[in-house]
Design a protein around this ligand. Structure first.
Ligand code: ATP
Ligand code: MN
Length: 469
């Protein structure tokens, strides 16, 4: 086959490819569908660069290689040399009139699982190794990329440094959830201490270690030196919560800012979320339109709505009053002191205020030890951002910078000093007011993609009883 310059389908479908019309081009990709008759074949070829496929037209008579043409079925991977021409058909600007075709890999129509369109998302989860080949997952994964890129861009443009916090951690003080143990000990012959407990001194790190639930504590160390930092990495929770909003392995974005109080923190959270949603609206229109048509007819309007309205800010206490007065029967009853469930959060956002809500000043009993204590002795300077369809999308706070108060809270909560001595030292040496938050990347992906289940916005979901792919 002749060596001709390869083009991505994305580029060929742009207006800017006009100068290529009439010229020979090469495209490589996977066959989505093949239609036609014994004279002419229409192949929809997709290379993942864009939701659309490019149409390849083959004059069957005179092509002269029937065996090769037989292999061009849904799922096959091919390389095409041909002339780019303006298309007479509806729905595409250009198409390729094939000269030469090479088959990299055929896909037996009897066996290829994605032979037909319209598989359920549940079925596609069972073939997570092939589902990137569908239009849906192509769109979702391109959105995931765009969103990741926008996150780094936002922080870079605003003077934040990307700090890589550890995945394996020696502290379990964060208290955000059950952890996965990391060990090289022989499970069949675990070394024991005299009292019968496991002797972790013989383990790889000489102590008990786990996969991190959050990069925040280390993020704070960075903020108290570089002023504005963020982490963006995988986090792990071993909770057995089989919901459409929880994964055992998910990605979290955690900015941490010195000299920010809770109001600065809220301003950042709101500006950041609006920036990200705007970025997606401006850069991912084709994929959004596809997802809107297939899954969520209100998607684009909901995204625009978030960018256009000021988030409602109020205290947890005020929110409880609204919920109590609502007259709604919730599955989990509300009263001051309870942790809000997503049914409560979604009521506030979707029915009461009809826009995103930021709640602050939660009871200290339901929040982590490091949150700044209010003078009332009951609440802490926590903030949660609540979104339509999702509920909590961000959890954050102003941090307690006072050594004595933090130390006292650590004792009250029974946290082992030897786990957090290094964290406490930041309050001993050059402490400063500071704040931060954690944004669940897949929660935001749920929001921007309109998908209903968190398993469908990450390439390889990790959930209880599921780590096949
Ligand atoms: P939830 O109450 O929804 O279980 P959380 O309060 O345990 O969440 P945080 O510890 O505050 O969550 O984590 C910060 C953010 O990380 C949350 O606001 C959410 O967006 C995301 N998040 C938390 N747990 C999960 C999970 N299991 N899967 C995916 N995202 C999660
Ligand atoms: Mn939370």
């Amino acid at each position: 086959m002749k060596n001709i310059q390869r083009h991505r389908v994305f580029n060929l479908l742009q207006e800017s490819s006009s100068h290529l019309i009439g010229k020979e081009v090469n495209v490589k990709g996977w066959v989505r569908t093949r239609r036609g008759n014994k004279n002419v074949a229409f192949i929809a070829l997709n290379d993942g660069s864009v939701i659309h496929s490019i149409q390849v037209v083959v004059e069957v008579q005179g092509f002269g290689n029937d065996e090769l043409l037989r292999q061009i079925t849904t799922g096959a991977c091919i390389s095409v040399n041909g002339t780019l021409v303006e298309s007479l058909g509806k729905g595409q600007r250009v198409e390729i009139h094939a000269g030469e075709i090479f088959v990299y890999g055929s896909a037996d129509p009897e066996k290829y699982p994605l032979q037909k369109k319209g598989h359920t998302l549940e079925f596609l989860r069972e073939i997570a190794h092939l589902r990137p080949r569908t239009n849906t997952f192509g769109a979702v994964f391109r959105l995931r990329h765009a969103l990741s890129f926008a996150i780094h861009k936002y922080f870079n443009d605003n003077g934040f440094y990307y700090l890589h916090t550890p995945i394996i951690t020696g502290s379990d003080a964060e208290g955000a959830g059950a952890m996965f143990r990391v060990t090289t000990l022989d499970m069949k012959d675990v070394p024991r201490k005299k009292d019968g407990g496991v002797d972790y001194s013989q383990d790889f790190f000489g102590k008990e270690t786990n996969l991190t639930v959050s990069g925040q504590l280390e993020g704070e160390l960075g903020a108290l030196a570089l002023s504005n930092v963020y982490t963006f990495g995988p986090t792990f929770r071993a909770e057995n919560s089989n919901t459409s909003r929880h994964l055992a392995e998910f990605w979290m974005i955690e900015p941490e800012m010195a000299f920010y109080d809770i109001h600065d923190n809220m301003d950042l959270a709101e500006d950041f979320l609006k920036y990200l949603v705007t970025y997606i609206l401006e850069n991912c229109n084709d994929d959004l339109e596809f997802l809107q048509k297939q899954y969520d007819h209100g998607l684009i309007e909901r995204l625009q709505h978030v960018t256009q309205h000021t988030f409602q800010r109020m205290s947890y206490t005020e929110a409880i009053e609204i919920l109590e007065k609502s007259g709604k029967k919730f599955e989990y009853p509300v009263k001051w002191g309870v942790d809000l469930q997503s049914e409560h959060e979604r009521y506030l956002v979707e029915q009461h205020f009809k826009k995103p809500v930021i709640l602050t000043d939660y009871p200290k009993e339901i929040k982590a030890f490091y949150m700044k204590q209010n003078d009332d002795g009951k609440t802490v300077r926590a903030l949660d951002v609540l979104f339509p369809k999702i509920g909590e999308i961000i959890g954050g706070s102003q941090r307690e910078e006072d050594y004595d108060k933090l130390h006292k809270r650590i004792e009250e909560m029974g946290i082992h000093q030897e786990d957090v001595w290094w964290y406490l030292e930041t309050r001993k040496f050059g402490t400063a007011p500071h704040s931060g938050f954690g944004l669940g990347f897949e929660r935001l992906m749920l929001f921007v993609s309109g998908m209903g289940n968190i398993r469908d916005v990450i390439p390889f979901p990790r959930t209880p009883q599921n780590a096949e792919f």
